[in-house]
Design a protein around this ligand. Structure first.
Ligand code: PAN
Ligand code: ZN
Length: 194
């Protein structure tokens, strides 16, 4: 008799994400309007008819059910708006107890983390680096290298993504290029949630 165990196997396919995958998201500069510090420069680039891809996410989502895990592979393109490196939108998980694991595959990046009180932390993410993101902590990933940044994410399928608060308030820190190197600096526009 055949086993009733249903399992899933996929492979990491470098900058092509996962093979196979179920869903692909593409985020372009126009999707991140308002996210970069230099909003005028973003509008200037878009007004020239340019709308570069900032990142792609290759996903194998599971039904949003307690105990199931989803897999995602993010590819962030290299680039900057002014001196600010390309990054993901960043989010809190809607489910307060949801944590997440990131595993670096290719390239060089930084993960910014921030809790509801506005306290921050950051970690590098690169091949062989595993980062555990605890519950209640918003996370954004920044590509600080010259090639694509690829990393794997494993998270509860019912975690939910709350983009609203980050879109509205931003992160307290930014990652910018200073003297040819990445630096984590204070976001001059950040206002702590009251
Ligand atoms: C990741 C992110 C992915 C894209 O899979 O969803 O890197 O970032 P944004 O979702 O912030 O656009 C993850 O953290 N999932 O929970
Ligand atoms: Zn997440």
């Amino acid at each position: 008799m055949a086993s009733s165990i249903t399992y899933l196997t996929t492979t990491i396919d470098g900058a092509r994400g996962l093979k196979p995958y179920k869903r692909k998201l593409t985020r372009r500069l126009s999707d991140l309007r308002g996210y970069f510090l230099n909003k005028g420069l973003v509008e200037e680039i878009l007004s020239k008819g340019e709308n570069p891809i900032i990142y792609e996410v290759y996903e194998i989502p599971q039904e949003p059910t307690d105990g199931l895990l989803s897999i995602g592979c993010t590819v962030i393109y290299p680039g900057k708006v002014g001196d600010e490196y390309y990054f993901t939108k960043g989010h809190f998980h809607t489910k307060e107890s949801a944590s997440e694991v990131y595993i670096g595959v290719e390239g060089e990046g930084i993960i910014l983390m921030q809790n509801k009180e506005g306290e921050t932390a950051y970690s590098r993410i690169e091949p062989n680096v595993i980062v555990y993101i605890p519950p209640g902590v918003a996370h954004r990933t920044i590509n600080v290298g010259s090639g694509k940044l690829v990393f794997l994410a494993v998270y509860p399928s019912d975690a939910g993504h709350d983009y609203g608060s980050i879109e509205k308030l931003g992160f307290a820190k930014l990652v910018v290029e200073r003297d040819g190197k990445p630096e984590v600096v204070d976001n001059p526009n950040y206002v702590k949630a009251s």
